[in-house]
Design a protein around this ligand. Structure first.
Ligand SMILES: [Zn+2]
Length: 446
């Protein structure tokens, strides 16, 4: 490892250096990934919590900011989640779309495989489908992220102890309401391999031993703003359950937890959906930090694979830069874009949809109101949401510059034994390599 500046002495009268102390290594590692969450997004979440919710203590992550991460892929400066997750899981740069394979499409050893080989327990938790790019790169090897049927088939054969998320459709054949063309029922195969399988909230709550597979939505799980707690657990609840099931392993564990849909909301330029999934992610981090403080041998690392949306706080309005932004505009929003779209498609009154979105129809300027009502009338949900998001963004004085990803560096947080190793600005592949090194894992051999 590179010497830390703080460890070197420049004084000629200093005593001879002590024997280097044995480096403290973690027994357990919890890696949090906030998909598509850049620095401005964390600022937005913190300001909302402080100024709207009245909670002054900052984000759970805030005290543990140690550095920043460069996110570029092998083939472009703007990564996707597949190349980004492969960098963390395998410590290697690859092309956008690659799931734990290199630029020659050859499989790369992952942290999960190396951990399993060393006898550690392993777990993956996501709010997207469990076959989505980030969890996939920790559990499968395919040349293209869209190969979700193959990803599902691979991820139940790796001895992973905990798999929680959405994505039931990828596990079931077409004849049973799924999307698999090969007729396989992977839930049955998982049960035969020893997994306890949960597809409902009640069954999830009853899980009390690993290996456990919980797929609680046909596709992605709900955005936090839309989530019905009777049907789906929160990311914090899934994290707590994963820790309950993994912590008993005497060899330690590796757990990856992803706030997956932070990214999806940013793709849609859905500010409130983005915000509430970040707050839910931070609550999940708080659960892990409490566990780590109590347990004493657990390293918690949190970072993002990339920024999404090009979010800015403050923007130009009518050609003039405005020196303000207003998180309170988001306070009245009770549904994500996805939730508003469902209301529209179910034939709800457009005025009621706008109110659920935090807008009073009588308080809109005439052009906005007409455009929104016209789009609703024509059943053009995309046009409705684009106009709605633009109204919200102008009122909050926030900006979005893309519906895709951007190339800015992302935040890196670390707490626990080995946290010092993550100081400074580093490449995303360094994060994966350092985690492997701290756990004594051999990635290339995996
Ligand atoms: Zn994305």
């Amino acid at each position: 490892m590179p010497a830390l500046a703080a460890c070197s002495s420049t004084s000629t009268t200093a005593p001879p250096p002590a024997e280097p102390r044995a480096e403290v290594r973690p027994k357990n590692v919890i890696l949090f990934i906030s998909d598509g969450c850049g620095p401005a997004s964390f600022t937005m979440a913190r300001a909302y919590r402080r100024d709207v919710l009245g909670r002054d203590e900052g984000l759970a992550l805030d005290p543990y900011l140690v550095g920043t991460v460069q996110t570029h892929a092998a083939d472009t400066r703007v990564t996707d989640s597949a190349a980004g997750a492969t960098a963390f899981a395998c410590g290697v740069k690859t092309y956008n779309g690659a799931i734990a394979v290199d630029t020659l499409r050859q499989p790369l050893g992952t942290l999960v495989e190396a951990a399993e080989a060393r006898g550690l327990a392993t777990g993956l938790v996501a709010t997207s489908t469990i076959t989505h790019a980030t969890p996939a790169a920790f559990s499968a090897h395919v040349p293209a992220r869209g190969m979700t049927a193959e990803i599902a088939a691979q991820q139940i054969t790796r001895g992973i102890d905990v798999l929680f998320g959405g994505g039931l459709r990828d596990y079931l054949p077409v004849a049973e309401g799924g999307s698999r063309q090969d007729g396989r029922n992977l839930l049955q195969e998982a049960r035969a391999a020893g997994y306890t399988v949960a597809t409902t909230r009640d069954a999830f709550d009853r899980l009390d031993a690993a290996p456990a597979l919980a797929l609680m939505a046909p596709g992605h799980m709900a955005y936090e703003l839309d989530r019905n707690g009777a049907e789906q657990p929160s990311l914090a609840e899934m994290t707590r359950k994963a820790l309950d099931l993994l912590a008993g392993d005497p060899d330690g564990f590796f757990l990856m937890v992803e706030g997956s849909r932070i990214d999806h909301a940013a793709h849609g330029n859905d500010a409130a959906g983005h915000l509430h999934d970040i707050l839910a992610y931070d609550e999940a981090v708080a659960v892990a930090l409490a566990f780590a403080r109590e347990e004493g041998h657990t390293l918690v690392v949190a970072t993002s694979d990339h920024e999404t949306g090009g979010l800015t706080l403050g923007r130009s309005l009518d050609g003039r830069g405005v020196y303000a932004w207003y998180p309170e505009v988001l306070a009245g929003v009770r549904r994500s874009n996805e939730g508003l779209a469902k209301m529209l498609e179910a034939g709800a009154d457009p005025a009621a949809v706008l109110r659920a979105g935090g807008l009073d129809p009588d308080d809109l300027d005439a052009a906005d109101r007409q455009a929104l009502l016209d789009a609703a009338e024509e059943g053009d949900t995309g046009a409705f949401l684009a106009r709605y998001n633009d109204v919200i963004a102008r009122r909050a004085v926030i900006g979005w510059t893309t519906t895709g990803h951007t190339g800015v560096d992302v935040n890196l947080y670390a707490f626990g034994p080995g946290a010092d190793r993550f100081r400074g600005n580093q490449d995303n592949t360094d994060v994966g390599r350092r985690l492997a090194d701290l756990l004594g894992l051999d990635l290339p051999a995996a």
